[in-house]
Design a protein around this ligand. Structure first.
Ligand code: AMP
Ligand code: GLY
Length: 427
């Protein structure tokens, strides 16, 4: 039996690694994969990334099921393509992926279905956007509409920052006529106060299976300072997701979303990630939707997953998620991202990596931006390079285990946060 995982990050390494544990499995292909997936038992990289080539490959190799890691192929319609060719794939269609690919779509959807989120307005003209910001005051949040890899969001603490963000994201009026039909929009929204958590579920169009809760660290610097990144580390579970918060997130956000998408004629299938803002009063609001698993959240989540992942996925593609449950290691899993020099602005690549430790039952180094040279040396090849992920009785022990392993690893310009898990550790 063969499976295919699409993507090349730490999320895909963790997914493929977990799938390779399936009893009776022959092989997990990873397209295009990285140096970590190249070396893992049971995995094989295939140097493909265009949807058409991937579909041809899945057909030729008789792949039983394909799982998509990143948002870009989903937004481009890879699920539509595979389904049209009779291939089994887990993920949202292009239309359903708009929950992530268009903030404007997501906001209007939430408004229509009464799903709690920040108040907002969207604009394609600078003057109107500036006037709205003046009327609302600061702090306020300005977001570019469309996929922006976490970089299209400015949380402005004062009006000057908000105005500058608008000017940066929207073209001046005299240039608007020259765009190629794709009008730029910004979504301007109310600033939400509270603690964030990642709430990720599997959806089969109707039924929902929640995964373990998690939390990531988006800022580059210790103490959550500096620019936003794709994520500098994550852990699971997130203590802020108490049983009450979990119940509210399901009742107020996830279930109305799944029902609302079905009612709107765009049934949602795939992983669905709600970024939650949990208020001090225990209220939950949706900061954003992602139409995929989180990276790096997936790395600790997969370390804790005890159920057979393929079995869950097969139930999902068959519309039978109501018949399964997931079981989790009760311990804490924590992953620390090691990033390249100059990440996130302009990450440098091509630095040799040394000292990679072996993996064990309670630690695994998941690769992201790595590549292997013909002489076997492993080099940096992207912004986020590795995610050192550990399991332990509590957050502090998981931190100690991860940071002890990191002392052995070296590449020039390596950056990482020293405080992954600090919120959970101080609870
Ligand atoms: P997004 O790309 O929408 O997830 O935004 C990136 C990050 O910006 C989020 O993870 C939050 O930390 C922050 N953010 C986004 N929207 C808001 C909001 N309305 N209030 C406060 N923080 C926000
Ligand atoms: N870690 C945040 C994300 O995957 O979007």
């Amino acid at each position: 039996m063969k499976l295919l995982v699409i993507g090349s990050g730490g999320r895909e390494h963790a997914l493929a690694w977990r799938l390779a544990k399936t009893p009776g499995l022959v092989k997990v292909f990873v397209a295009p994969g990285n140096a970590g997936t190249a070396r893992e038992n049971g995995l094989q990289n295939v140097p493909l990334s265009s949807p058409q080539e991937l579909a041809d490959f899945a057909q030729r190799e008789n792949v039983r099921l394909t799982v998509v890691g990143p948002e870009a192929p989903l937004a481009a319609g890879i699920v539509n393509l595979f389904r049209a060719r009779g291939l089994t794939i887990f993920g949202p269609t292009r239309e359903a992926a708009q929950l992530e690919s268009s903030k404007d779509f997501a906001k209007r959807f939430m408004l229509r279905h009464n799903i709690p989120t920040a108040r907002f307005a969207s604009f394609s003209e600078r003057a109107a956007a500036h006037a709205y910001v003046d009327e609302q005051g600061a702090p306020i949040v300005v977001k570019a509409d469309g996929l922006a890899a976490g970089k299209g969001v400015v949380v402005a603490s004062n009006l000057a920052e908000a105005h500058a963000a608008i000017d940066q994201m929207l073209p001046p009026a005299e240039l608007e006529a020259t765009r190629d039909g794709s009008v730029a929009r910004v979504v301007i929204e109310e600033f939400l106060d509270g603690e964030e958590a990642s709430f990720i579920v599997m959806v089969d169009g109707r039924n929902v299976l929640p995964l373990a809760s998690s939390q990531d660290h988006k800022r580059i610097g210790d103490g959550d300072t500096g620019p936003n990144t794709g994520g500098m580390g994550a852990y699971s579970p997130a203590p802020v997701v108490t049983p009450e918060v979990h119940a509210r997130a399901m009742r107020e956000i996830i279930l109305p979303t799944v029902r609302g998408m079905a009612a709107d004629g765009i049934p949602y299938t795939g992983f669905l990630y709600a970024g939650l803002m949990v208020g001090r009063d225990g209220s939950v609001k949706t900061v954003e939707f992602n139409c995929r698993l989180g990276d790096p959240e997936t790395q600790p989540i997969m370390m804790r997953l005890q159920s057979d992942l393929l079995n869950l996925l097969e139930h999902a593609v068959a519309g039978r998620l109501n018949l399964v449950e997931a079981s989790w290691d009760r311990r804490v899993a924590l992953g620390v991202v090691l990033a390249a020099a100059n990440y996130p602005a302009a990450p440098r690549t091509g630095d040799p990596i040394s000292g990679l430790p072996g993996n064990s039952n309670d630690s695994h180094v998941f690769h992201a931006g790595t590549s292997e040279k013909t002489d076997g040396r492993i080099m940096t090849a992207g912004g986020r390079v590795l995610c050192v992920t550990t399991l332990a009785e509590n957050v502090r022990q998981a931190q100690k285990r991860a940071y002890d392993l990191i002392t052995r690893i070296h590449f020039d310009g390596m950056q990482y946060r020293r405080d992954i898990g600090h919120r959970a550790a101080s609870r």
